[in-house]
Design a binder for this molecule. Structure first.
Ligand code: FAD
Length: 317
């Protein structure tokens, strides 16, 4: 079923979460056992992130350079299939522009359709760590709006090559990303929102936001999005802070601010355990306010460590 249908039919705020595929070489078992307790809260869907292939050059004794793949977290599609099979929930794979030609995207969508995936989150992805700016593949998409369009075209039976015989139409519900604190490359919020609107106009049916710790930023974002005439559901993304290192890593990686009140509490913490307690309490407080304001679904970034999310969900759902 489509995420939008779950939202339409729900009589209360829904709970959902995002996981990362395990590092290459690790089994899926640990991940599945880790998320199993979260099924108590009846998530209609679980997002599975996608991690693009990065390359390094290895120097051989003869001086020749060999291009070596360093894809750290393969398995997004396989995990989606495993989750749907084991837990009977929708799995939402993240699909990137980066690293894919249009042909590869088309083929990936056919695979996803065959395993029963009905929802996808369309994203641009970031530049590889070794490059300073995002560059699409030859014949790949530059912006996620174009990826949305390709998915919607397939839903209408329009494949890349006219000669493709269309036996069936896919029926993907497409989500896109939104940024309550602005995407880091956008020169200002107005610019970013204009391009968010373009994604919805291209056919995106819901928005999931980047994590944020200050609800006011989310409420302001929602107001601005609605002023532009965007009516699709907006699902806030939340993450409990659980380690001291995240105080610097999260703002640096995700271009967000920590509110004063939260930072004051975190700065008193002596250990990761103290931080985790503060982080969980903050997330519960954020979630309660979002639920009171009629948010249709809360989406938690577990980073595949489900225990903090479990405690938050236990207090709320
Ligand atoms: P876009 O919507 O394409 O926008 C990118 C930038 O370009 C923005 O600044 C936008 O304002 C600007 N822009 C858009 N269109 C135009 C245009 N026509 N002309 C000029 N500028 C334009 N990354 C991963 O690698 N894997 C994941 O699984 C993943 N999951 C994510 C899940 C969520 C909920 C979020 C919020 C992010 C996720 N990301 C993931 C990170 C994401 O890939 C990056 O934030 C990326 O930099 C932008 O992706 P986007 O889809 O928002 O890009």
């Amino acid at each position: 079923m489509k995420i939008t249908e779950y939202i339409e039919q729900a009589d209360k705020c829904l709970f959902s979460f995002e996981i990362l595929p395990p590092l290459k070489g690790q089994s899926i078992q640990h991940l599945m056992e880790g998320i199993s307790p979260l099924m108590e809260f009846n998530p209609p869907f679980v997002d599975v992130t996608y991690h693009r292939e990065e390359f390094i050059y290895k120097k051989h004794p003869n001086g020749l350079l060999e291009k070596v793949s360093t894809k750290k977290r393969p398995g997004t599609v396989g995990i989606c299939a495993a989750i749907m099979h084991r837990f009977h929930v929708e799995a939402v794979p993240h699909l990137l522009c980066g690293g894919f030609t249009r042909e590869e995207t088309e083929n990936a969508l056919i695979d996803l359709n065959f395993i029963g995936v009905q929802n996808v989150l369309a994203l641009r992805g970031d530049a590889p760590k070794t490059e300073s700016k995002f560059t699409p593949e030859d014949n790949g998409h530059h912006y996620s709006k174009d990826l949305v369009k390709q998915i919607v075209d397939m839903n209408h039976g329009k494949y890349l090559h006219e000669e493709t015989e269309v036996g069936f139409h896919t029926n993907f519900c497409v989500g896109v990303a939104g940024y309550p604190e602005k995407h880091f490359e956008a020169p200002n919020m107005k610019f970013d929102l204009k391009h968010l609107k373009a994604k919805v106009d291209a056919g995106a049916e819901y928005i999931v936001t980047q994590m944020f710790f200050d609800n006011k930023k989310f409420f302001d974002f929602v107001d601005k999005v609605r002023e532009l005439g965007i009516t699709v559901p907006i699902i806030p993304g939340l993450k409990p802070i659980t380690t001291l290192s995240q105080l610097t890593n999260l703002p640096r990686t995700f271009f967000l601010d920590l509110p004063d009140d939260l930072l004051d509490e975190l700065e008193k913490c002596k250990s990761n355990q103290d931080v985790k307690e503060v982080g969980i309490e903050w997330s519960i407080h954020q979630s309660k306010e979002l639920i009171e304001r009629g948010t249709p679904c809360l989406h938690y970034y577990t980073m595949s460590k489900a225990d903090a999310t479990y405690r938050i969900a236990k207090a709320l759902f």
